[in-house]
Design a protein around this ligand. Structure first.
Ligand SMILES: Nc1nc2c(c(=O)[nH]1)N[C@@H](CN(C=O)c1ccc(C(=O)N[C@@H](CCC(=O)O)C(=O)O)cc1)CN2
Length: 283
């Protein structure tokens, strides 16, 4: 079977180009979308992601306000900054890059962001809205996966979708989004018995566990769609996913690569959420 490779980098550029047009319309109405980008500490991967987010803002026409704080910043100071950004009318979206230093309580920090500026979709008001199907921001990686499935015409109704990983950022929300599209969803995790049997039944497999090349071609059902959310380094220090790409080629019908798969979509959907935040009239 020929495996088609999903080009996340291309789709993300298309989305950013579409958003650029929407921003021009907003600017004509006197609305200048603004995103506060908050980075605490020295995590090198986070620095790359934040840099790419600021570049995406430039591409789309969103003004980015950068706050790069030292590792030893107190939780209290970070909460104060967020309160200030909540009150700032030029800031439509607030992004606090994760992970935060260990002395900070991530949930407390996220809970301080005004839900209508929570463009990451991490606040319980937004995760709760997703659960019950109410309007709200959907977190960017799962939203990006859904956009890829849509743009590659993957039908989900009645399909068996298997999600491996149960994080708040990816595993849980993507399961809800697939369910919303009438898929039959199985959530797997580190305590799942017979993981391989579950994976073998998947028409659509989403893997977000953070273990390099954990899923191999022999585990897959012929013709399945594979979405790899992993971002790991292999034995040679090369970027790789949670799926062993080489062994899945020829078995999957459609598959995301790492890099240039899901990663760039996370940033495109952040831009999307930010434009939505700027469009909102009521707070
Ligand atoms: N506040 C948030 N923190 C984190 C999020 C998030 O959505 N919001 N997600 C991840 C990291 N992440 C976004 O911040 C992210 C990860 C990877 C990529 C990406 O484009 N990856 C590239 C490769 C980049 C490289 O060369 O290292 C790719 O896949 O092509 C974008 C965003 C955790 N934290």
């Amino acid at each position: 079977m020929e495996t088609k490779i999903i080009d996340g980098a291309l789709i993300s550029t298309q989305i950013k180009d579409e958003l650029k047009e929407q921003v021009l319309v907003l600017q004509d109405q006197g609305i200048y979308p603004g995103l506060a980008v908050v980075l605490v500490g020295e995590n090198s991967a986070s620095k790359v992601y934040v840099g790419n987010k600021k570049k995406a803002c430039e591409h789309v026409g969103i003004k980015s306000f950068s706050y790069e704080l030292p590792e030893e910043t107190s939780e209290e100071s970070l909460l104060e900054l967020i309160e200030t950004l909540n009150a700032d009318e030029n800031v439509h979206g607030i992004l606090v890059q994760l992970p935060l230093p260990r002395h900070m309580d991530e949930q407390k920090v996220i809970a301080t962001i005004a839900p209508y500026k929570d463009v990451d979709g991490f606040h319980v008001a937004n995760t709760g809205a997703l659960l019950v199907g109410a309007p709200g921001f959907v977190s960017c990686t799962p939203a990006g996966i859904m956009e890829l499935l849509k743009r590659y015409d993957v039908a989900l109704t009645g399909k068996k979708c298997v999600v491996v990983g149960r994080s708040n950022i990816v595993g849980k929300p993507i399961s809800l989004l697939l369910l919303r599209e009438n898929a039959t969803v199985t959530m797997c995790h580190s305590k799942t018995k017979n993981l391989q049997e579950e994976i073998k039944q998947a028409d659509v497999l989403v893997v977000a566990v953070g273990v390099a090349k954990m899923v191999t071609g022999d585990m897959l059902k012929e013709g399945c769609v594979v979405i790899d959310v992993g971002m790991n380094r292999d034995e040679n220090g090369k970027l790789c996913g949670d799926v062993d790409f080489a062994s899945c080629e020829g078995i999957a019908s459609l598959m995301t690569p790492v890099p240039r798969g899901v990663g760039p979509m996370t940033i495109a959907m952040l831009m999307h959420n930010c434009v939505q935040a700027a469009m909102r009239k009521e707070k």
